[in-house]
Design a protein around this ligand. Structure first.
Ligand code: SF4
Length: 346
């Protein structure tokens, strides 16, 4: 039985299973670095992780999901999958959570495996798609093809799961043309939501060695933000929500020990939104062609910091580009969060 969530913003109770069920070593991956964990948790640790996070649940966050992340869930041995799902399901039965989600590789989806989990309250399955270019998948040693993803998504939809797709930019062999082509193919599959990650060089990943000998050059932060922005806007136009952009900050990431190089930023998604609002402001000012030396930009209160940009960078850029003395930001609740209006010249 599957239970579909009523919101794309559930309260997530994460359980990390680094490299569990993973038959490969993708060049960009070192799951221990990503999760900050270094082994598969035992049952008591799974319960401890769940119970610790449940304490942080805000009463207003209605929909709670227990999420198995960090490995290839359907690649784990079936008895272990069932044990983990049964442990999580106890919290669903007790009313402390509403569903379960997990991430898995496209090539581990098949009817037999989906049949083996059908009695658990799994609502959402995320696929590590990363790219729909077979060239990029092969260079990244993903061990699956775009055809596996197409089959996997179709099967998950047939079983009525909510389907998430994870995509990456900056993979070996990738370029903007391939990134855009991947996005078009993914949109055609109509997933329920997308996550987008820029490729970074994790310590002790295969990419670490490639980077050190000059065989891989990561995207710079500006190019990564620009590529992810294009994807975000494309999927928005397709009515497919992008629920995350950029890696989750962990202690290992912020102290710099896990990431050797690449476009990591603890507020990557905010950088993308800031660039979108900068573009909006620029085109509004260009089309209005103001005579004075001051403008007022109206945005929803929740979008004020996105329009300002990191350290007010957007305001500085607008002032320089349009020779403005002042750029005033006016919070306006009547606007949608993605809207900007240039209503008044001061
Ligand atoms: S990205 Fe996923 S499939 Fe690739 S090595 Fe990491 S856990 Fe395994």
């Amino acid at each position: 039985m599957t239970v579909k969530p009523d919101s794309y913003k559930p309260f997530i109770v994460p359980v990390f299973l680094p490299h569990a069920g993973c038959p490969h070593q993708c060049v960009f991956c070192n799951q221990s670095s990503i999760t900050g964990a270094h082994s598969t948790p035992a049952s008591k640790d799974v319960r401890h992780q769940i119970e610790t996070f449940l304490r942080f649940r805000h009463k207003q966050r209605r929909y709670v999901q227990i999420a198995f992340f960090g490995g290839n869930f359907l690649g784990i041995r079936t008895p272990t999958i069932k044990r983990l799902l049964a442990e999580a399901a106890e919290y669903v039965t007790a009313g402390q959570a509403h569903g379960i989600r997990f991430s898995t590789r496209p090539d581990t989806i098949n009817r037999q495996r989906l049949a083996s989990i059908k009695d658990f309250p799994v609502s959402t399955i995320e696929l590590g798609v990363q790219s729909m270019s077979n060239h990029v998948l092969q260079r990244s040693n993903r061990g699956h093809t775009a055809a596996d993803t197409i089959k996997g998504v179709q099967l998950l939809k047939e079983f009525d799961y909510e389907v998430g797709v994870q995509l990456m930019v900056g993979l070996p062999g990738d370029n903007t043309k391939r990134v855009h082509a991947s996005a078009r193919m993914v949109a055609h599959l109509k997933p329920d939501f997308i996550r987008i990650y820029p490729t970074v060089v994790l310590a002790d990943s295969p990419l670490d060695a490639w980077y050190k000998k000059g065989a891989y050059v990561p995207l710079c932060l500006a190019d990564a933000v620009s590529q992810v922005k294009d994807l975000y806007l494309f999927f928005k136009n397709e009515n497919i929500p992008v629920i995350r952009m950029g890696l989750q900050a962990t202690e290992d990431f912020t102290d710099g020990s896990a990431i050797l190089a690449g476009p990591y930023h603890p507020a990557f998604g905010h950088l993308v939104y800031s660039e979108i609002f900068l573009d909006l402001a620029m085109s509004a000012i260009k089309s209005e062609n103001p005579n004075g030396d001051a403008v007022a930009l109206h945005v929803h209160p929740r979008s004020v910091s996105k329009l300002r940009g990191q350290k007010n960078e957007n305001i500085k850029k607008l002032r320089v580009k349009f020779h403005l003395q002042s750029v005033k930001i006016v919070p306006d609740k009547r606007l949608k969060e993605d809207q900007l209006k240039l209503n008044a010249f001061l």
